[in-house]
Design a protein around this ligand. Structure first.
Ligand SMILES: Nc1ncnc2c1ncn2[C@@H]1O[C@H](COP(=O)(O)OP(=O)(O)OP(=O)(O)O)[C@@H](O)[C@H]1O
Ligand SMILES: [Mg+2]
Length: 236
């Protein structure tokens, strides 16, 4: 699937002149970035250039030193910590290199919890969690604890969790970074499928194959800035 850069799709992410300093260190140095609904954007760049910091700004996990971050029409800078947490739970799904599952909950409850935190009943949450695990082909592992799952299985559980609240935006930081190539391919296939049914994706990766396969646009970051943007031809 390609995304027409001129299509007037709804803007899901808008970063305007975002700076982030940690003490004397400048992690972001004037980032501007727009992402429209249905796009799949890959962010690449050398270690330490600010990719995870950028993702954390979009997720509202951290705040810029200056500049504005809008997601799904909401200026995150106007929300207090509680408002940010609620916004994130409702509108943003996140997957990470090391899965970040809760070790003492079985797979099904790891997934269901995401909806219970937004006020969905336990029964409804578990029903939807099971549907998602089924769609991701991992329902047979619903009672397994994370320690008993393979890396690829853990990441599929993490994807299910991220999708529980039907987020406007799915963020991924090195989603295949800890996986062997076969499990990595499965996660890529999953991301492609999700994008094809309209899920907006923002993926940070060091893996050019992930960018090539999954993204319609590449954003290259260097020294805390967007150094280059290009449209990708899908190689699926
Ligand atoms: N919480 C923090 N406190 C202090 N400095 C930080 C913090 N988070 C990030 N930095 C610094 O900001 C810069 C950008 O870090 P960031 O984690 O965004 O890089 P990255 O592009 O994700 O790197 P990698 O590819 O290695 O994951 C780095 O110099 C890093 O040391
Ligand atoms: Mg990083």
């Amino acid at each position: 699937m390609t995304t027409d850069p001129d299509s007037s799709g709804q803007t899901v992410v808008r970063l305007d002149d975002v700076h982030k300093e940690y003490g004397d260190a400048k992690a972001l140095n004037g980032v501007c970035l727009d992402i429209r609904a249905g796009e799949a954007v890959a962010v690449m760049g050398p270690s330490g250039c600010g990719k995870s910091t950028l993702l954390n700004m979009v997720a509202g996990l951290d705040r810029p030193t200056s500049g504005t971050v809008q997601v799904h029409g909401q200026d995150l800078g106007t929300l207090n910590e509680t408002g940010l947490a609620l916004f994130r739970r409702r509108h943003i799904g996140m997957i990470f290199q090391f899965f970040n599952l809760i070790d003492d909950l079985p797979a099904l409850d790891n997934v269901a919890l995401a909806a219970q935190l937004t006020g969905t009943s336990a029964r409804q949450a578990r029903r939807r969690a099971l549907e998602l695990l089924d769609e991701l082909d991992i329902a047979d592992r619903k009672d397994a604890y994370p320690a008993a799952l393979s890396g690829g299985e853990r990441q599929r559980v993490a994807v299910a969790r991220a999708l529980m609240n039907r987020p406007a935006l799915l963020l991924a930081d090195e989603p295949t970074g800890a996986l062997d190539s076969r499990s990595g391919e499965q996660v890529m296939d999953l991301l492609i499928d999700l994008n094809q049914i309209g899920q907006t994706l923002l993926i940070v990766t060091h893996d050019p194959r992930l960018a090539d396969r999954c993204a319609s646009r590449l954003v290259e970051v260097a020294d805390g800035r967007v150094a280059r943007e290009s449209t990708l031809e899908p190689t699926r």
